[in-house]
Design a protein around this ligand. Structure first.
Ligand code: NI
Length: 169
């Protein structure tokens, strides 16, 4: 059964951990992926990295469809930026940073590699939203957050606001 998992809130230091590569493709990995999908759908997010629910393995779930019926799972994802890329600007949000949205520019052409739940390897050159969303999620696996792309002033402001809001809960 898929469970709803607790999402860490910035500036929780556990969001800065670097995730380990997945080596065991077993039932518990599948269960975790399903619980992450449930958590993501319940929170109305389009992507969720395992780091965000305090599991430090290289696992990402995503659904970019309008209908919310195209779940995707990426295990051990890596990418390289293609030489002829330009920058794609998109207003990003993050389930770990409630109420914070910022336009972030990321390369729009990448070659993406990942594994599925059976350990099979895949390669693709995605387009559009998937390109930037997967970069945002892979950042999570490396302990990096979208606030790292904005000014220190904005980062400090959102840090103080969230510290105050989440201390009360
Ligand atoms: Ni995020």
């Amino acid at each position: 059964m898929a469970k709803n998992l607790k999402i860490l809130i910035f500036p929780d230091p556990r969001l800065r951990k670097v995730a380990e590569k997945v080596t065991k493709f077993d039932k518990s990995l599948e269960n975790l992926a399903n619980s992450m999908l449930k958590t993501m759908y319940d929170a109305n997010g389009i992507g969720l990295a395992a780091t965000q629910i305090d599991q430090h393995i290289r696992l990402i779930v995503m659904d970019l469809s309008e209908e919310r019926n195209e779940p995707r799972i990426f295990i051990n994802p890596t990418y390289k930026v293609l030489e002829d890329h330009s920058l794609y600007e998109y207003e990003e949000g993050c389930l770990c940073i409630p109420g914070f949205n910022e336009v972030i520019a990321r390369p729009d052409k990448i070659e993406l590699r990942w594994q599925d739940l059976d350990g099979n390897e895949h390669v693709d050159r995605p387009e559009g939203l998937l390109t930037v969303c997967i970069q945002h999620e892979i950042d999570h696996l490396d302990g990096k957050l979208m606030v790292d792309y904005v000014s220190a002033l904005k980062r400090d402001r959102v840090r103080s606001r969230l510290l105050k809001e989440y201390k009360r809960k």
